[in-house]
Design a protein around this ligand. Structure first.
Ligand SMILES: [Zn+2]
Length: 73
């Protein structure tokens, strides 16, 4: 997982609203974890023999969006 002094990159599933640590990040900014909040890592999903990182609620990566703004956390 990318790490920069307690700062992390995040992504969000726009289908269920769950926020994750982005384990395959793009160039989105790093944020600190807001007080009192906890996040999970993306789950490795096996769909028809293909493995990918996705939302454990929706079992897809289709709705994952990078979090670009701290107020989305
Ligand atoms: Zn989801």
């Amino acid at each position: 997982m990318p790490k920069l002094k307690n700062k992390y990159q995040f992504c969000k599933c726009n289908n269920c609203g769950e926020v994750f640590f982005d384990t395959n990040p793009n160039s989105q900014p790093f944020f600190e974890i807001p007080k009192g909040k906890t996040y999970n890592e993306l789950e490795t999903i096996n769909k028809e023999g293909e493995f990918f990182k996705g939302c454990f609620n929706c079992e897809t990566d289709e709705y994952l969006m990078d979090i670009e703004n701290e107020n989305q956390l």
